[in-house]
Design a protein around this ligand. Structure first.
Ligand SMILES: Cc1cc2nc3c(=O)[nH]c(=O)nc-3n(C[C@H](O)[C@H](O)[C@H](O)COP(=O)(O)OP(=O)(O)OC[C@H]3O[C@@H](n4cnc5c(N)ncnc54)[C@H](O)[C@@H]3O)c2cc1C
Length: 438
């Protein structure tokens, strides 16, 4: 269910293990490069982190180069211009490639790669209304589908993946069929994005595909970004937490950009030409659904992507996490797991995989006292430590922080003894009077 990033990657994983994979999508097959209503976030900036890109490369060997050939901007995250925690970060080489492109462009490529698989069938303009169950065996055995709101037919399936995004109806279907409520965690961030597509004169373009100005929280709830994407276009994105929403009229948008902690985003966008109306997207909460904690769960259906966990998008992790989950699914199927064993192994691995991005987002989100939700006692400690490492000025330490933020390394890497030692040494060196007055 769903032909967005998670749905397409799930199809790729399933195609190796099932005779036929049918991808059901309620939207029409998108016209070249156009955003579509089922993915409203597609009008906003979407970067693909290195570890997500590596999954794509493993699933579709050699195809990642097509993205760049067709115009995506390959860039080193560490070489970006970041204003974070009240300081410009030094630019460091991480040696890993991230990709900046419009979301429809990325989806179009993925769709082509998946459609080329001989046993995958894409079916558009088809709504999934509900799963149907073999009640005796507590198992989903197919889906009720149809075009429009009435015509319904039953499609049988050995395994269904729910990739219908943050508004997935799986929790409601489970409750309606007697499986109880899904335990979920919600973090209230009241975030809104506003994004415009701009043509920027060459002499106003930043010297890197990504320019990012964040907060600093808790005083500043605003952030701004300029991303260069395919087709000579730059995305200008503004966002505000806790109902500090960026306006969608150009004057208001630029006024908002001017109030960021640094003028750089405003300096670029105020010289640029807006090419399409500014789009807004609101994200009241991040949601993490903990299916593995349900005492009863039917066989034959597994959620993936935002249907399990919709993260704060500011960190650009959603598509990468969906890719990790598709790889977990692939691994479980390769092990020959079925039914209960498949569900257990999949949910356990997914939950472990989600711990890291969820904690990274929460740690930042809870810098704002207005943020609501389950607050861990460790957040302030983690936050201070990560801010200390991020702003210490040591390139090797910062490169390691980026490894963690881009989900390429486990956070425990930041606890290696050499990391705080290097950071402390650099802080002391920077603070020494000789350094201050050379
Ligand atoms: C503003 C914003 C910016 C973001 N930026 C980034 C970024 O920079 N990097 C990044 O990695 N992630 C980013 N994300 C997150 C990213 O968009 C998602 O994590 C990613 O798209 C995975 O989502 P998904 O495929 O699970 O669901 P979605 O992309 O939401 O897709 C759900 C699909 O299911 C279909 N569907 C829904 N219901 C039905 C039904 N009943 N029947 C049939 N089809 C159905 C929809 O039409 C749609 O195609 C951002 C998110 C937002 C909101």
């Amino acid at each position: 269910m769903g032909a967005s990033v998670a749905g397409l990657l799930a199809a790729r994983a399933l195609a190796e293990h099932f005779e036929m994979v049918t991808v059901l999508e309620k939207d029409a097959c998108p016209v070249h490069g156009a955003p579509r209503s089922g993915v409203p976030q597609g009008r906003h900036t979407h970067i693909l982190l290195p570890s997500g890109a590596q999954v794509l490369e493993r699933f579709f060997p050699g195809r990642l180069a097509e993205l760049v050939r067709d115009g995506a901007k390959k860039f080193d995250y560490g070489r970006s211009r970041f204003y974070v925690a009240g300081t410009w970060l030094p630019r460091v080489a991480t040696g890993r490639d991230s990709f900046a492109q419009t979301r429809p462009f990325l989806e179009e490529h993925l769709r082509r790669w998946v459609s080329e698989l001989p046993n995958v069938r894409m079916v558009y303009e088809t709504n999934v209304f509900a799963p149907f169950f073999d009640k005796a065996n507590q198992r989903v055995v197919g889906l009720e589908i149809g075009k429009g709101s009435e015509a319904r037919e039953q499609l049988r399936a050995d395994l269904v993946t729910d990739a219908t995004g943050r508004h997935s109806r799986l929790p409601a279907w489970l409750a309606e069929n007697g499986f109880g409520d899904v335990p979920e965690m919600k973090v209230g961030i009241d975030l809104a994005y506003a994004t415009g597509r701009f043509q920027v004169p060459a002499d106003a373009l930043p010297d890197h595909p990504m320019l990012y100005i964040v907060g600093p929280p808790p005083e500043k709830t605003r952030l701004g970004v300029v991303f260069q994407v395919e087709g000579g276009i730059a995305f200008g994105g503004l966002a505000g937490y806790h109902e500090d929403y960026p306006p969608t009229d150009l004057d208001g948008f630029l006024r908002f950009a001017k109030t960021l902690s640094q003028p750089d985003v405003y300096n670029v966008l105020s010289r640029a030409k807006l090419c399409a109306p500014i789009a807004q997207f609101r994200i009241p909460t991040s949601i993490r659904r903990r299916y593995q904690k349900m005492p009863r769960f039917p066989a034959g259906i597994l959620p993936i992507g935002d249907a399990i966990c919709a993260l704060d998008p500011v960190f650009g992790q959603g598509m990468t996490v969906a890719a990790f989950e598709a790889e977990i699914l692939s691994r479980c199927l390769h092990q020959g797991l079925k039914h209960k064993a498949l569900r257990r192994a999949y949910f356990r691995a997914v939950d472990t995989c989600l711990d890291i991005p969820w904690t990274l987002c929460c740690t930042e989100n809870f810098k704002y006292p207005q943020t609501t939700g389950p607050r861990s006692f460790s957040f302030p400690l983690v936050r201070r430590y990560v801010d200390f490492l991020t702003t210490c000025g040591d390139p090797a330490v910062l490169a390691q922080v980026y490894e963690v933020l881009t989900l390429a390394a486990h956070p425990r890497e930041l606890l290696r003894p050499d990391i705080p030692v290097r950071a402390l040494r650099r802080k002391l060196l920077n603070a020494s009077p000789r350094k201050k007055n050379p």
